[in-house]
Design a protein around this ligand. Structure first.
Ligand SMILES: Nc1ncnc2c1ncn2[C@@H]1O[C@H](COP(=O)(O)OP(=O)(O)OP(=O)(O)O)[C@@H](O)[C@H]1O
Length: 694
């Protein structure tokens, strides 16, 4: 192309020499000329083909490479074609002057000869002719022009050949482009297919994964089922084995049983024979037995009738006994005596050392438990001057009381004997039960019970209160209403101390008489009184009293033995139906130890204590004697104790004295003194008690 351009620039220079040029009117070519161009071009191409074979091959290779490179380069196919058409146009522009030249004079002849003559191929002849030609002289313009034309023709044919090659290349490029586009279209459709396929694959993969998951789940489920089936199979197998074992054992057993049955069948025959014989003898025995049964039932009837008679006699006997007791009590009441119960405590602790528990110097001779015999075994602790009274024979002393309790008697048995008296308090009598005896003889045990609570050993005070509460229940159903007021005091050295108070030592207590002359009532100033409604409350009061006594005891050793304690329960009853009313008082008194002054060897404070005790006990004795003698003057006021108990020691009261005695032989003298005092009291007639109405 550059070469053509260069040629065109040179040609106008030649034109100045008025020689025809290629460029003139080059665009005025007719369509006919154009049709002839490919023929000439084809001829030139064939001429050039041989000389440009090598170059052609290289160009094809190069064009092919370019085409291929272009086909795989993402590019606009239109752009590629544009390049190709540009090349064609250029080629056409170059060729035109050649074809037009035929119509021009001079040039046309040259062109015709070139086209019409059968020249050898340009590639082999033209360069040779040009090379071999001798240089034309400057004036041979025609020759030089001819040379130039020849050269131009050669160049032209070379260019045509190249253009043809280029066209081939372009067509090839176009075909390759279309192939490429087709391929590209294929690739796109394939890509779409691949994309669709990928999506499908992904879908399939997803389905496969789901299927796999389902499969795994199903597999696990099946494995679990398989495991359970295996387990079931094993357990069935085990059961089967054990059943087989049982079956075989049973088979053996059945075999054994069969043989036993066979043996039994054999022996059954023998036994049947024996049975027949036995039946015969049994029938004989049965008829004999029937006769015996008849006899037995007759005898049983006789026994039952006799038992009925015995029971009736027993009931009658009990009724007679109750009657006898009542009559006895009535006689005692009519006699007006103070009743006296004697109680001997058992040997305890160290007292039992060297002894089998038998009290040799005491005897309980009568079945009625009313007698006590003392026998002097040695002279130990005896005061000969006192041994004359109650003496029976050589060294024996006999005493009779309303009841004598031996060491084996229980608290329950003792209370049984006093319960009727307690009942009297509920009926409106003033009842006074006091315990008299030397220190350690069992007074507190009898009245209150042991220091450590024990239901069996509960004393007379709690038992009396329980009985009163129980009896009240019956009376309540008959219209009676009761109130119980309890107080507990001690008299120590002729001073009253409140055992239920909180500051017992700080309060001063005096005995005062209240009420009218015929209905005098005794009261103690500043004394704590507690309304009681239950047994537990009474136990609580006893505990409190015991505590207050223990506190005082730390200040004065053995004080409890040296003081009198008085538990008083005032009972007020009203019958809401009959308007009947009664007031009874139950006094339960634990007296101080009754040791004689001259025997105790006391001095100082102890002497004062003993004097006070003796004074109050002798006053008690004097009061009882005065009442018994029906004296005009009864010295109640001579001691705090008698002053306090005056309403419970007179004609309007029922009095019982426990004389407690020690089983120790060295206490023989004190025991003798206590029993003599009790005998004196027992002989006192204090008149018949009167029921106290409100
Ligand atoms: N019948 C009995 N059975 C068992 N033990 C008893 C009996 N009588 C008394 N005792 C015991 O004997 C000891 C002395 O009894 P208790 O304290 O009652 O005598 P006391 O006469 O009240 O003496 P004190 O005058 O010193 O108060 C106590 O340990 C008591 O438990």
């Amino acid at each position: 192309m550059i070469m053509a351009g260069t040629q065109e620039k040179k040609i106008p220079a030649l034109g100045k020499s008025r020689l025809p040029t290629f460029s003139a009117k080059k665009r005025a070519r007719s369509p006919d000329e154009n049709t002839t161009r490919p023929v000439a071009t084809e001829k030139r191409r064939k001429l050039l083909s041989a000389s440009t074979e090598n170059l052609h091959d290289r160009s094809i290779q190069s064009a092919g490479n370019t085409s291929l490179n272009r086909s795989f380069r993402p590019s606009n196919s239109t752009g590629s074609l544009r390049t190709s058409s540009t090349l064609n146009k250029t080629t056409t522009a170059v060729v035109r002057p050649t074809t037009k030249q035929a119509s021009k004079p001079g040039v046309g002849s040259a062109s015709k000869s070139s086209v019409g003559s059968k020249k050898p191929p340009v590639a082999s002849t033209v360069p040779k002719a040009a090379g071999n030609k001798a240089k034309r002289p400057a004036w041979d313009l025609k020759g030089r022009l001819q040379d130039m034309e020849e050269l131009l023709n050669r160049q032209s044919s070379k260019r045509d050949s190249l253009e043809s090659q280029l066209q081939d290349y372009n067509s090839r490029i176009a075909s390759l482009e279309s192939e490429k586009n087709q391929l590209y279209g294929d690739v796109q459709s394939k890509e779409q297919i691949v994309h669709g396929a990928s999506k499908q694959i992904e879908e399939y993969q997803k389905q496969i994964r789901e299927q796999e998951a389902n499969f795994e789940q199903t597999k696990r489920k099946l494995q679990t089922e398989l495991d359970s089936i295996t387990f079931l199979k094993e357990s069935i197998q085990r059961q089967k084995e054990s059943l087989e074992g049982e079956v075989s054992a049973k088979t053996v057993e059945v075999a054994g049983l069969k043989s036993t049955v066979a043996e039994l069948q054999t022996s059954q025959v023998v036994i049947a024979a024996q049975l027949d014989a036995t039946k015969i003898s049994l029938e004989q025995s049965v008829s004999a037995g029937r006769e015996k049964d008849k006899e037995i039932s007759e005898l049983k009837q006789m026994v039952a009738a006799m038992q009925d008679t015995i029971e009736k006699y027993k009931i009658k006997e009990q009724e007679h006994e109750t009657m006898r007791r009542k009559l006895h009590n009535t006689i005692q009441e009519l006699k007006g005596n103070i009743r006296v119960f004697c109680r001997v405590r058992p040997l305890l602790g160290e007292e039992l050392l060297g002894s089998d528990g038998t009290i040799n110097h005491m005897a309980f001779p009568d079945a009625d438990s009313k007698m006590l015999e003392l026998e002097k075994m040695s002279d130990a602790g005896l005061n000969e001057s006192c041994l004359t009274a109650n003496r029976k024979g050589n060294n024996k002393y006999e005493f009779a009381f309303d009841k004598v309790f031996n060491p084996d008697s229980t608290q329950g048995q003792v209370f049984e004997e006093i319960c009727q008296l307690v009942q009297s308090a509920l009926d409106g009598y003033n009842v006074c039960i006091f315990a008299y005896g030397q220190t350690g003889s069992g007074k507190t045990f009898t009245m209150e019970g042991p220091s450590q609570f024990s239901p069996e050993q509960t004393g007379m005070i709690p038992r009396a209160v329980v009985q009163i509460f129980e009896s009240t229940q019956d009376l309540i159903s008959k219209g009676w209403q009761y109130e119980f007021e309890a107080s507990f005091l001690e008299i120590y050295n002729e001073t009253i101390r409140d055992l239920l108070g909180n500051n017992s030592d700080d309060q001063k207590h005096d005995i005062k008489m209240t009420g009218s002359a015929d209905k005098k009532d005794v009261m103690v100033t500043n004394l704590t009184t507690v309304m009681v409604t239950s047994e537990d409350q009474v136990h609580e009061l006893l505990r409190k009293a015991s505590h207050n006594r223990a506190v005082a005891e730390t200040k004065c050793n053995e004080r409890s033995s040296r003081s009198h304690s008085v538990f008083r329960l005032k009972i007020s009853g009203v019958n809401k139906h009959t308007q009947e009313a009664c007031i009874g008082t139950l006094n339960l008194v634990d007296l101080a130890g009754s040791e004689r002054l001259k025997d105790s060897g006391s001095e100082g404070a102890r002497l004062k204590e003993t004097q006070a005790i003796n004074k109050s006990l002798s006053t008690l004795s004097k009061v009882i004697m005065a009442i018994a003698n029906k004296d005009g003057y009864i010295p109640y006021r001579e001691s705090k104790l008698t002053y306090l108990l005056q309403n419970s020691l007179g004609g309007n009261s029922k009095t019982l004295m426990f004389v407690n005695v020690s089983p120790k032989e060295e206490c023989f003298q004190e025991t003798l003194n206590s029993l003599r005092f009790a005998t004196k009291v027992n002989q006192c007639n204090i008149g018949t008690a009167q029921k106290k109405a409100k």
